[in-house]
Design a protein around this ligand. Structure first.
Ligand SMILES: Nc1ncnc2c1ncn2[C@@H]1O[C@H](COP(=O)(O)OP(=O)(O)OP(=O)(O)O)[C@@H](O)[C@H]1O
Length: 310
């Protein structure tokens, strides 16, 4: 086991000394080669949890072990086990990606030749070699983000923590980045992916937890989490306009509107009724079209956290 988080609670003092439970009795474990997703709304407590894992914030109570080392008792040793790509953009200034990544490799005490070889591999794999010697101030947001990613994996620890690593990154290079991460996990490295991007998490992680107001609402593989809303289907319709559907049938369990898209969940035994109803709405010109499919992780995320947001 790489990481063992035991009953972590972190309380901050807010205005007028009110207690903010940023993390509230959280426990979980991560094994070698696993990709663990940490998802949650803004302010759910993800960064606070990561900061305690790398030893930069002390828990109010509970313990964290990295490769059996207690993070609070041996923070330096524990920190050597982790590599982190933080959410905020790197202020590279006049540093080029090649300078930033090789400096990080040397700081992590990797052999000079190994650093050069691995840097070439990473730049090729991400197809960013053409910017290797461009000053940071001239780089796009996506290339800066990928440079930060390379810095975190140039000499990776046994646990790599990536906070929104694909923000600003184009779809092709997102794929390349995930290929590199998969290769890392084959070599035994474990990964924590902190993200708001549910679709990406669904494809990429082995297990995930949804954090809400400091607590884990649910934890498991994407399919285990999807089965927590067992036997449900999603009916998505494109409305003609936002008022084109007034009355919804009683078999709809949940609904969520995104612009002119209405996403509804229903029990699988309501499928025949739903097809009949949706086809009628198309005929009556209330909706443009509809799609019926099994529930996605995004639906589960919305359902579990809906009405519970800040
Ligand atoms: N140093 C601090 N002092 C007081 N409150 C804090 C402190 N750091 C975090 N908090 C509070 O703890 C809660 C969790 O914050 P945290 O930054 O861990 O959330 P998050 O899930 O990482 O959010 P985001 O997705 O926006 O980065 C929030 O209510 C936040 O305001």
């Amino acid at each position: 086991m790489v990481l063992d988080v035991q009953n972590i609670t972190k309380v901050f003092l807010g205005k007028k000394k009110t207690k903010i439970y940023a993390n509230d009795d959280i426990s979980f474990k991560i094994n070698e080669g696993e990709i663990f997703g940490l998802m949650g709304h803004n302010g759910a407590g993800k960064t606070t949890l990561v900061n305690q894992i790398i030893g930069s914030t002390k828990p109010t109570s509970g313990n964290i072990f990295l490769k059996n080392e207690n993070v609070q008792k041996s923070p330096t040793k524990a920190r050597g086990i982790c590599s982190v790509q933080s959410q905020s953009q790197l202020p590279l200034g006049f540093l080029t990606p090649a300078q930033a990544v090789s400096t990080m490799g040397k700081m992590r005490l990797a052999n000079k030749e190994d650093v050069q070889k691995r840097m070439n591999y990473l730049f090729d794999a991400l197809d960013i070699g053409q910017w290797a010697n461009t000053e940071g101030i001239q780089l796009s947001g996506g290339i800066k983000r990928l440079t930060a990613f390379c810095m975190s994996v140039i000499s990776p620890g046994e646990l790599v923590i990536l906070d929104e690593p694909t923000n600003d990154v184009d779809p092709m290079r997102r794929r390349y980045l995930w290929d590199i991460i998969r290769q890392l996990t084959k070599d035994g490295t474990s990964v924590i992916l902190v993200t708001h991007n549910v679709l990406e998490a669904e494809k990429a992680v082995d297990r995930l937890a949804i954090l809400h107001k400091g607590k884990f609402l649910v934890e498991g593989t994407p399919s285990q989490i999807k089965s927590s809303v067992d036997n449900k289907m999603r009916l998505e319709v494109n409305l003609i306009n936002e008022n084109s559907l007034n009355n919804l049938p009683e078999w709809i369990i949940n609904k969520n509107t995104v612009g002119n898209r209405l996403i509804m969940s229903l029990d699988s035994n309501s499928v025949p009724l739903s097809i009949e109803w949706a086809s009628e709405q198309v005929r009556q010109n209330h909706i443009l079209d509809y799609t019926l499919s099994p529930t996605t992780l995004e639906d589960v995320y919305v359902e579990l956290t809906s009405g519970k947001g800040e």
